[in-house]
Design a protein around this ligand. Structure first.
Ligand code: UDP
Length: 324
């Protein structure tokens, strides 16, 4: 297939783009490089540089003809979204509107969308099934939920074959592709920076959550496992159908457990300090991925936290300055 990967110079997008190239798909990356890295665009994929907010550019790009789109380009930081809600809606919802409009005009019939567990907010039941009520606790999650709903309407109205994949916490690295955010806000790379000595300590955001050790619990999924789900979703979706799948391992780890696992993987002493809760963070997000396992036969091959941390650690040691 000829596929467009928006955000294909970012962490998740670049891994998925490289998997698509490897599977023999003609792959084009659309990225404005505001967060992504030119160096992260895989060999064999072509980069088209520009923003999804530029409607004419998006139309022109889609008019080149594609069999499907994998849409990753978005702003994705919970705390930042609490500070700048309009920017999050403009980028995430506005970008998706331009993309869907251009796909409609160009007759592109397949879409896989990078959604998030943040749409569930503070879930009533854990692990969270896709049928759980949505109730995002921050503008990031709300903007992603708005796009999920929009896609559902477009599938119904126009026969789009669409899948939303609701990611839990993505971690690890894949070959030469890894996580390089500026500034870095994600737990595992931050913990590893502390292990490497490029950061003095790790702040534990919240030690009074109603969880086993008082720190927030998340479900970590290896980037390679997450990536493979996109190809399965792309192939399985049927016109007029919007499927929604959670993507996680089904087991939760607290912030302190992540730090402990990183100490054991790296052999380094990692200093921590208690800090207040981060705005918009729910206490516990753990996925039920039963639906994608049953429907698409997806199985995580690297479900262990240690494997994710050690792959991220290896990448960090090979790329001490990230992609720069
Ligand atoms: N976290 C933390 N210290 C940090 C970064 C993150 O305690 O320096 C916590 C954060 O509050 C959340 C969990 O680790 O409970 C995972 O955060 P991350 O930003 O990696 O992913 P998110 O769950 O926000 O998508």
């Amino acid at each position: 297939m000829k596929l467009l990967v928006t955000g294909g110079a970012g962490y998740v997008g670049s891994v998925v783009a490289s998997q698509l190239v490897e599977a023999g798909h003609e792959t084009v990356v659309l990225d404005d490089l505001s967060k992504g890295h030119k160096e992260a665009v895989p060999e064999g994929a072509r980069l088209v540089e520009g923003s999804l907010l530029d409607e004419a550019f998006v139309r022109e790009t889609l008019a080149r003809g594609f069999d499907g789109v994998l849409h990753f380009a978005a702003l994705s930081l919970v705390a930042e979204s609490v500070e700048e809600p309009e920017r999050y809606y403009r980028n995430n919802v506005g970008g998706a509107l331009n993309l869907l409009g251009a796909m409609g005009e160009a007759g592109v019939g397949r879409l896989v969308f990078s959604s998030t567990a943040a749409v569930y907010g503070e879930p009533g039941e854990v692990p969270i099934p896709e049928t759980a009520p949505t109730g995002p606790t921050n503008p990031y999650g709300s903007s992603k939920l708005a796009v999920d709903r929009l896609i559902g309407h477009v599938a119904e109205a126009r026969g789009l074959a669409a899948t939303s994949l609701r990611y839990f916490n993505v971690a690890g690295a894949s070959g030469r592709f890894g996580e390089d955010h500026h500034p870095e806000t994600h737990l595992i790379p931050i913990v590893l920076q502390a292990a490497a000595g490029t950061r003095e300590s790790v702040k534990i955001f919240g030690t009074d959550y109603p969880t086993r050790d008082g720190t927030a619990v998340r479900d970590y999924v290896h980037i390679e496992d997450l990536g493979r789900a996109h190809q399965l979703a792309l192939e399985a979706s049927e016109p007029g159908e919007h499927r929604v799948y959670n993507l996680g391992n089904g087991s939760g780890f607290s912030v302190l457990q992540v730090v402990e696992a990183a100490r054991s993987v790296t052999g380094e002493d990692i200093r921590t300090e208690e800090a207040p809760r981060r705005a918009g963070d729910p206490p516990e997000l753990v996925a039920s991925s039963d639906a994608i396992r049953a429907d698409l036969g997806w199985r995580p091959e690297k479900p262990g936290l240690e494997a994710m941390i050690s792959d991220a650690w290896a990448w960090m040691q090979e790329h001490p300055d990230g992609y720069e």
